[in-house]
Design a protein around this ligand. Structure first.
Ligand code: SAM
Length: 423
């Protein structure tokens, strides 16, 4: 029936308007109580999110497909209707449903009603051609990000990152020690570092072991920070900047006594849900790490600092449209301040893993170098982890992970991590 997907398509357009028109991220928009997804059934919510994310992953390619069919670029609201239709046609959705809904949505929109005829004409022509977005150049990162990444990692690496970022992301699971997913779903692959990789769109909550907390969703790169810290049973460990808690679960599963601190109560609510599902334990603290003071030193601290999150574009293709370098100076100052505070909370011989899901050296390699020069006596423990390619280890002993690594199987999030030891 034509119009079957209308609600999801309308919501996808509202998400695109939020990202491209108002500079808002899809995550908060999707969760907002009065947001575009609030009145939708779960299946429509998921579909709307998937559609909006897919459009953002292929925005340049969709515009290239449309350009020869348009006399001039239409205003944003109409352009987004066309982009959504291009992406759905390329995915093989039924052309009559896609075109009819696009025309209906154009007609119903205040800013697009006068363009419904144009939308109809363009899409009817397009529906007769075959659209293959995968054959087109991948979505380019914006210059504010691309330039420093080319300078840091070279043009080939950046091209690889863009290829990976233009594909729907795989889903990685961190398994609890000794746990398995049995039977493993079709297409599942055990990665050299231990994570279980599932194809895009896999239904994680339906897998055997989900309800018992045998695993949790966590990118394979993110999953390496806790093994780098190597928490031991009974150790006093602080998870600083902990929410939503993927790493807290790993620390607790290793048998450490974990304190999980974060400034965000809503994000900690998700951490508490994760602890409840898995039956793992951690003491949760809501506090600003710049003000909080511990009552005793820690054996080990994991600092997963707030950052530009530029390593997560595979999962958050909205980020390049919303963020710019504007926040970077404040973020790097906060990261350095958090490193200094955390180092002061370690017991003699203690260790700190600092990590960020950033591709920018300022938030990774440069932070390690600066910490080493600010703190005489600090040393770096080089990574020695199963599945980690020695070429990923930096001159100073940090671990640089990039989306173009493991490109064939879906890449990984960009991360920097380093384990520092105090005397
Ligand atoms: C990269 S995320 C942490 C992800 C988390 N470690 C995980 O694995 O799920 C960074 C976190 O830092 C928190 N944060 C930012 N500024 C903070 C501060 N001053 N004190 C404590 N937490 C802070 C944010 O709320 C956010 O949850």
């Amino acid at each position: 029936m034509a119009g079957e997907g209308l609600a999801a398509r309308r919501a996808a357009l509202a998400l695109l308007a939020g990202v491209l028109g108002e500079g808002r991220m899809i995550g908060p928009l999707s969760g907002a109580a009065d947001g575009p997804l609030s009145a939708l059934a779960p299946a429509d919510r998921a579909r709307a999110q998937r559609l909006a994310l897919t459009v953002l992953r292929h925005l340049d390619a969709a515009d290239r497909v449309l350009a020869p069919l348009l006399q001039r670029p239409p205003p944003l609201a109409a352009r987004n209707i066309l982009r959504l239709a291009v992406v759905e046609l390329a995915e093989g959705a039924a052309a009559h449903g896609v075109v009819n809904d696009a025309v209906t949505l154009a007609r119903q929109g205040k800013r697009t009603a006068s363009m419904a005829g144009m939308v109809n004409a363009v899409l009817r022509r397009l529906a007769q051609a075959s659209v293959n977005l995968d054959a087109m150049p991948p979505q380019r990162m914006p210059d504010w990000l691309r330039k420093p990444l080319v300078a840091a990692w070279g043009p080939q690496a950046v091209a690889g990152m863009e290829r990976v970022q233009s594909r729907a992301p795989v889903i990685d699971l961190t398994l609890r020690p000794g746990a398995t997913v049995d039977p493993a779903p079709a297409g599942a692959e055990r990665l050299p570092t231990g994570s279980l990789r599932l194809p895009p769109g896999a239904q994680v909550t339906a897998l055997p072991g989900y309800d018992e907390g045998a695993f949790w969703v966590q990118d394979a790169a993110a999953a390496l920070a806790v093994p780098l810290l190597a928490p031991q049973p009974g150790e006093r460990v602080l998870d600083l900047c902990a929410a939503p808690g993927g790493k807290t679960l790993q620390l607790a599963a290793a048998g450490a006594g974990v304190k999980a601190l974060d400034v965000s109560e809503p994000r900690l609510a998700r951490l508490r849900e994760n602890l409840a599902r898995t039956g793992l334990e951690a003491q949760v603290v809501v506090a600003d790490a710049l003000e909080w003071v511990p009552d005793a030193p820690f054996d080990a601290i994991l600092l997963d600092a707030p950052c530009s999150a530029t390593g997560t574009i595979r999962r958050h293709p909205d980020l390049p449209f919303v963020k710019d370098r504007g926040d970077l100076a404040a973020l790097t100052a906060l990261q350095a301040a958090l490193i200094d505070r955390a180092l002061g909370w370690l017991a003699p011989g203690g260790r700190l893993v600092y990590c960020t899901c950033s591709l920018l050296p300022e938030e990774g390699e440069a932070q390690l170098d600066a910490a080493l020069s600010r703190h005489p006596g600090l040393t770096v423990r080089r990574p020695d982890l199963p599945g980690v390619d020695p070429r990923w280890i930096t001159r100073a002993g940090g671990l640089r992970l990039r989306p173009d690594y493991w490109e064939r199987t879906g890449g990984m999030d960009g991360f920097f991590m380093a384990c520092m030891m105090v005397r």
